[in-house]
Ligand binder design. Structure first.
Ligand code: ADP
Length: 244
C-alpha cells in the first residue's frame, strides 16, 4: 500500500479504474477443468492477467509417514511462482511469501474438503503461477477448488475467492497489481457460497469499520460471481456432450 506511482490515476472523475473497469467489476475470468492428464484433478485459470495452473493428487499415502493422522486425512498445498511470472526474474527457490500463501490456501480449502473420510491419507494441491498480476492467492484458490472437485474429492462446498479493496477512498472489487501497489487496502476473501462461510480473510491496509463491512460484502459478491464460473468449468468437463 502507499502511492508508489504518483502519476497513476486509480479512479477517474467518471468512476473508472486504471484498467477501465467500474468499481464493482471483476476482471475477465475463465477456468478450464481437467487440463493435466497426470494429476488426479486439475484446473487452469485466467483471472485478468493472472495465469495459474492447479494440480491435485490424492487421497494417497502420506510421506513422510509421521505426518499422517489416524483420525483424518490431511491437505497440503505448495504455491509456486515461475521465474517468468513477474517482470524481474523470480528466484525459483520458495520464498517466505510463497510458503505463507501455500499455508493460506491450504487453510482456506480445509473447511470445504471432507478429510475425515480419508484417515491416514493426504490430498496434495500444487499451484503453479505462470503469470502474476495481483490477486494470485485468490485466483489460485479458485483453481485449486475446481481441481479438487475435478479429482472427485468429496467436498462440502466450493471455495470461491476474490479480493476487494480501497483506492481513492472508494471500495472496489477485485484489486489488480497496480491497485494493490498504489491503493489503500487489499482484502482477499475466500467464501463457501452455499454454506455462506468465509474461509479466507486477510487485510493489507487500513479500513474504518463501515468500510470493512462494505469491502467484505463487495468481495463476497465477487466470490459468488466466481462460483458460477467454477461450476460452469466443471459442467463443461463432465457434460462435454452437451447435457447439463
Ligand atoms: P497476491 O498475488 O495474492 O495479491 P501479494 O499481495 O503478495 O499476493 O502480491 C501482489 C502481486 O505482487 C502479485 O500478484 C504479483 O503480481 C506481484 N509480485 C509478487 N511477488 C513478486 C516478485 N517476487 N516480483 C515481482 N512482483 C511480484
Amino acid at each position: 500500500m502507499g502511492g508508489r506511482d504518483s502519476d497513476l490515476v486509480l479512479l477517474d472523475e467518471n468512476g473508472i479504474r486504471c484498467d477501465g473497469r467500474k468499481v464493482d467489476e471483476t476482471r475477465n475470468i475463465s477456468i478450464k477443468a481437467g487440463v493435466l492428464k497426470n494429476a488426479n484433478g486439475s484446473a487452469y485459470i485466467e483471472f485478468g492477467d493472472n495465469k495459474i495452473l492447479a494440480g491435485v493428487f490424492g487421497p494417497r499415502d502420506v510421506h513422510p509417514k509421521h505426518m499422517s493422522d489416524t483420525d483424518t486425512g490431511i491437505i497440503r498445498c505448495r504455491y509456486h511462482m515461475s521465474p517468468f511470472s513477474v517482470t524481474e526474474r523470480k528466484n525459483p527457490a520458495p520464498s517466505r511469501r510463497e510458503i505463507e500463501i501455500g499455508k493460506v490456501i491450504k487453510e482456506a480449502l480445509r473447511p470445504a474438503v471432507m478429510l475425515e473420510k480419508f484417515p491416514r491419507t493426504a490430498v496434495d494441491v500444487y499451484v503453479e503461477v505462470l503469470q502474476a498480476d495481483g490477486g494470485t492467492r485468490c485466483a489460485a484458490l479458485d483453481a485449486a477448488s475446481v481441481a479438487l472437485a475435478d479429482a472427485g474429492i468429496p467436498m462440502r462446498d466450493m471455495v470461491s475467492a476474490c479480493a476487494a479493496g480501497k483506492v481513492a477512498d472508494t471500495i472496489i472489487l477485485d484489486v489488480n497489481n497496480e491497485e494493490d501497489q498504489a491503493g489503500q487496502a487489499d482484502m482477499p476473501i475466500g467464501y463457501m457460497p452455499n454454506l455462506g462461510k468465509v474461509t479466507l480473510l486477510q487485510l493489507d491496509g487500513v479500513l474504518t469499520p463501515a468500510e470493512f463491512k462494505k469491502c467484505l460484502e463487495t468481495g463476497i459478491e465477487g466470490c459468488k460471481q466466481v462460483y458460477e464460473i467454477q461450476k460452469q468449468a466443471l459442467k463443461d468437463k463432465f457434460f462435454a456432450n452437451g447435457e447439463q
